[in-house]
Design a protein around this ligand. Structure first.
Ligand SMILES: [Cu+2]
Length: 149
């Protein structure tokens, strides 16, 4: 009888301990968002790293207040010619990171609404199926410049 009660107490403690841990699961985190200087009316680019600390998720939408449209692009080689094409959905695996970087996948900002100047920040909102909307400010470096340190 006493043993059974202790078990019940132990189970209750375990459940209480587990609840906050689940709520605090960080899920998806966006790291090192950066962009490059570009004039209004032209195309901008954003690079970043998606770190998935939780369950598998999918990036299903991208938007920026500073562009008429934002798309995820992947870069492919086609007979020695670098081409890019839009990707509607990007799957991120649990415990993995996906890095968007020059020469590879990137976020394309179509028809910028303002100049992006070196030192500016450009806001991008990524929508994930499970993690929901995550908004980041990408640091703008000079045109053609490398990732900020
Ligand atoms: Cu592109």
């Amino acid at each position: 009888m006493i043993i059974a009660n202790r078990r019940a107490v132990a189970l209750a403690v375990l459940l209480f301990a587990a609840a906050p841990a689940i709520a605090q699961t960080p899920g998806v985190e966006i790291q090192n968002a950066w962009s490059r200087a570009a004039p209004a009316g032209r195309t901008g680019v954003v690079f970043l790293t998606i770190a998935d600390h939780g369950a598998p998720d999918r990036l299903i939408g991208i938007a920026s207040p500073d562009a008429e449209m934002a798309e995820l692009h992947e870069t492919t080689m086609d007979g020695g010619v670098m081409r890019m094409r839009p990707v509607a959905v990007l799957a991120v695996e649990a415990g993995k990171t996906v890095t968007l970087a020059p020469g590879g996948s990137h976020i394309m900002l179509m028809h910028l609404r303002r100049d992006l100047n070196e030192g500016d920040r450009v806001q991008v909102t990524l929508t994930f199926e499970k993690a929901g909307k995550i908004t980041v400010d990408a640091a703008v470096v000079k045109a053609g410049g490398p990732a900020p340190r």
